[in-house]
Design a protein around this ligand. Structure first.
Ligand code: HEC
Ligand code: HEC
Ligand code: HEC
Ligand code: HEC
Ligand code: HEC
Ligand code: HEC
Ligand code: HEC
Length: 489
């Protein structure tokens, strides 16, 4: 008997599709998704600015060389990768010793200026220490080369397919290009699998929690997204700040009435964006696939009135600009109400279930907002969940906040048995050991943490203090030098 083993298809990159699908390849290559990241910097507009809070001056040249200066002190840093096609803005990656960080400078295309990146405005120093983790690359780049066990180390180049590759929506293509397999066509999938193709990047919810033992990079078009990740949102429907396109569309009267007939592909061509002069007619035609022109004779620009634009947010391009809740009138817009006092979370869909995932989302929200209800609910749910490293680390952190360091120590130890690279557990357990006088144990943990991300400020500072306390000046100085690039002041 002949045994056939299914050989999984591998990623081959966009170039391999160009020969047979030349027209789509050409069209897609200029779309914002194709240009959402790159290994080669385009020629940049030169610029200079002084950041008030840190008193650091920045000058950026056409090749992405950044000159930092403050008083007589001056240094240069090279921008290496870009993120964002530039519709709203463009951020940059900076590499040091194989670790990838977000640069503190961003190009804001709508205003045509360079300034500090979103979230850096009130910093009193120039920080080059924000790690670019695999989750960021997942949405903006393809075929990434993360070094397992670290937070933000990669083989160079960090990704081998710029932007959103064809295969992110169609599945790996090695068998298909050899004439041995069909590609996934999202439009032909069952609705929940179809919607997952776009939702893998366009649904954020309040939290997205990767399921135990799963990795987002293993998701393939055609899979159920909810097998890989759960999305958690506030319980109060409509009474919250919806912040992704999938959530907003789901709130629309169109989607609620049309159901599975409506999806992102009802209005968008995933391969191209209509030219400015064609936009009104393009979207009108999409509306008229479901509506009669006579229903509303107020003009041809249906989307202009029913999908108004929000002011460009300063959240680094994140957040919906075009209102996908398709309001009847401006007054009936949803999603902008206050959320004070509404602390309960739920799965985005019935399939976004799981006590572990809900508990991790409560922990994330509770730590961010300081909400006691959320923290208590997180402890309740996570205590009865299977104890994997992520659950133990979160629970440890919550127990520490609740004033129970002994429980926290046990949980962090458990986390490190399950995952010796759990960075938060390394840093926090080190701190608990250090404050209990166990300096050698603390030093060992902090060194391990810094191997996974050399810019961890707390671990670096504490490690220097501990080494000095042991009389190891040279060791402390080496740690200080190793972190010198993380901040310029
Ligand atoms: C050697 C020529 C060739 C290459 C290279 C090629 N394709 Fe195709 N592709 C075809 C042919 C022929 C069909 C129609 C038959 C079929 O569906 O397999 C097709 C169909 C498709 C379909 C439609 C499937 C459906 O069911 O509607 C998609 C999507 C697709 N290709 C994507 C890709 C992508 C992405 C790449 C690059 C990774 C690629 N193709 C590379 C020849 C090619
Ligand atoms: C869950 C997916 C996701 C993650 C994670 C993510 N982004 Fe985005 N990003 C998007 C989407 C989708 C857009 C398009 C606008 C929108 O929908 O908000 C976007 C827009 C942007 C833009 C503006 C693009 C433009 O052309 O105007 C920049 C810059 C950007 N992201 C940088 C980053 C960086 C840097 C990270 C990681 C540190 C990151 N993003 C993490 C999905 C993501
Ligand atoms: C963001 C997701 C996405 C990306 C990226 C993407 N596609 Fe598609 N593609 C789709 C969707 C959705 C459809 C179905 C369109 C429909 O029929 O409504 C499709 C349809 C197709 C088809 C079959 C239908 C046709 O028009 O011939 C081919 C072939 C194809 N894509 C090739 C490619 C190639 C080659 C690339 C990269 C150059 C690419 N796609 C990038 C989402 C994507
Ligand atoms: C791998 C992640 C990923 C997937 C999958 C994905 N997108 Fe995107 N999409 C993005 C990012 C990131 C941007 C922002 C691009 C930029 O400007 O840098 C974006 C931008 C867009 C835009 C805005 C283009 C513009 O006009 O600026 C549309 C529309 C869009 N996506 C639709 C879709 C649809 C429809 C699907 C599913 C068929 C899909 N996307 C799948 C990540 C993704
Ligand atoms: C897939 C089908 C579909 C598409 C595409 C679609 N709609 Fe709808 N829409 C519906 C259905 C069904 C309803 C509910 C019944 C009705 O009011 O006609 C609806 C309702 C509405 C309403 C009433 C909202 C309210 O709160 O009462 C407006 C306004 C609207 N659509 C505008 C648009 C615009 C503008 C477009 C294009 C940008 C569009 N729709 C595209 C199916 C669709
Ligand atoms: C009823 C039509 C319609 C549907 C359905 C729709 N969009 Fe859009 N979308 C638009 C319009 C109109 C724009 C504005 C285009 C422009 O002005 O360039 C837009 C813009 C966008 C943008 C650019 C950023 C912004 O907010 O302006 C992204 C990203 C996007 N849509 C993603 C999606 C995703 C993901 C889905 C599915 C969950 C989806 N859209 C479903 C009509 C639609
Ligand atoms: C100049 C702004 C404007 C334009 C352009 C426009 N609408 Fe409207 N639309 C409105 C207003 C205002 C209402 C009525 C709201 C009310 O009085 O409740 C409305 C109502 C509607 C309704 C609800 C009708 C009902 O009786 O329930 C639909 C559906 C709709 N529009 C679809 C469209 C479509 C499709 C287009 C494009 C062909 C379009 N609109 C163009 C402003 C506009």
């Amino acid at each position: 008997m002949l045994l056939l083993f299914a050989i999984p298809a591998l990623y081959v990159g966009n170039q391999a599709c160009s020969e047979c699908h030349a027209e789509i390849y050409q069209r897609y290559s200029t779309s914002p998704m194709a240009l959402s990241s790159g290994r080669e910097l385009p020629a940049l507009r030169t610029g200079a600015f002084r950041h008030a809070a840190s008193k650091v001056s920045y000058a950026i040249d056409a090749k992405g060389l950044v000159t930092l200066s403050k008083g007589k002190h001056s240094e240069q840093r090279q921008l290496r990768y870009y993120f964002g096609s530039g519709v709203a803005g463009r951020s940059f990656g900076f590499v040091r010793d194989g670790f990838l960080f977000e640069a503190p400078v961003t190009w804001y295309s709508q205003t045509g200026v360079w300034d500090v990146s979103p979230g850096y405005a009130s910093d009193t120093a120039s920080r080059w220490s924000r790690p670019i983790e695999p989750s960021c690359l997942f949405c903006h780049a393809s075929q990434t080369r993360w070094r397992e066990g670290t937070l933000n180390a990669y083989a160079e180049p960090v990704f081998t397919q710029d932007g959103i590759g064809c295969e992110r929506c169609h599945g790996p293509g090695s068998l298909h290009i050899a004439g041995e397999g069909k590609m996934v066509n999202p439009a032909k999938l069952a609705p929940e699998r179809r919607d997952g193709v776009c939702a893998q990047c366009h649904l954020t919810g309040q939290s997205r929690v990767v399921r135990a033992g799963r990795r987002m990079v293993d998701y393939r078009p055609g899979d159920l997204l909810t097998d890989f990740v759960a999305h958690l949102v506030p319980v109060e429907q409509g009474g919250f700040q919806v912040n992704s396109h999938v959530e907003k569309l789901a709130a629309s009267a169109c989607k609620r009435a049309a159901g599975n007939k409506m999806w992102c592909g009802s209005c968008h061509d995933a391969h191209a964006v209509p030219a400015p002069a064609e936009k009104v007619a393009w979207f009108r035609a999409k509306c008229l696939n479901c509506h009669q022109a006579s229903t509303c004779a107020r003009g041809p620009d249906c989307a202009g009135c029913h999908m108004p634009k929000d002011k460009a947010s300063d959240a680094g391009g994140h957040g919906v600009f075009t209102d996908h809740s398709i309001p009847r009138t401006a007054a009936s817009r949803v999603g902008l109400q206050d959320v004070a006092g509404k602390w309960k979370l739920r799965g985005w869909s019935a399939a976004d279930a799981g006590d572990r995932e809900l508990g991790l989302a409560y922990a994330e929200a509770g730590v961010r907002t300081g909400d006691r209800h959320q923290q208590a609910e997180a402890i309740r749910l996570l205590s009865s969940a299977t104890q994997d490293a992520e659950v133990q680390t979160r629970l440890g952190d919550l127990q520490e906040r609740a004033g129970k360091p002994e429980q926290a120590v046990a949980l962090y130890r458990g986390a490190l048995r399950n995952d010796p690279g759990a960075v938060v557990a390394l840093v926090n357990l080190g701190r608990l050991y250090g404050s209990g006088g166990a300096l050698d144990a603390a030093i060992r943990l902090w060194r391990e943490a810094l191997k996974r991300n050399p810019c961890l400020a707390e671990a670096g500072t504490n490690l220097q203090i501990a080494l000095r306390a042991k009389g190891d000046e040279a060791g402390a100085e080496a740690v200080r030098r190793g972190q010198a690039f993380c901040v310029f002041e």
